[in-house]
Write a protein that binds this ligand. Sequence first.
Ligand SMILES: [Cu+2]
Length: 171
Amino acid sequence: MKKIMRTIVVFGVLALLAACSDSGSSDAGGGADSGAAADSGGGDSGAAADTGGAPKAMREEVSKSGLWKVGYMPSMDPIPLNQPFELRVSVKNASSGAPFNNGKVTVDARMPAHGHGMKTKPETSFVGDGVYLAKGMQLHMPGEWMLDVTIAGEGGAAETVSARYDCCKSP
Ligand SMILES: [Cu+2]
């Protein structure tokens, strides 16, 4: 029904045009009906939804000493500009993959080019199975940040693993 109406309208308009511009050549032909093509795209069956289990790390970094592997799992990815978020990090022994549970891990962020950190002071707590949760993170300006995870314990000196993060692209 609608379609018919539209067709009629279109014809009406064409008729008008033809009438007004009486330049004869009126090649109203071709054009018009691009419509239909209905590109029922390739079957992306939407299956995406995956396997569950542990959240996938946004990225992973191995410490300079090669001892630690840290996975970064922000509560929002990408991290939004100047909004509080939480950063979960997993800390493992880089070679054995064993989760690091008995030491101290702290998380912080800074902008090396500006020589400042965050305005907030995050609190890091142990969640279990090598995972730590930093609450109260907030990247208050755009630019290059370093997400620092400092790991102390298990004999060696404390070591900080840093991941560069470009904050924060507009959606
Ligand atoms: Cu800055």
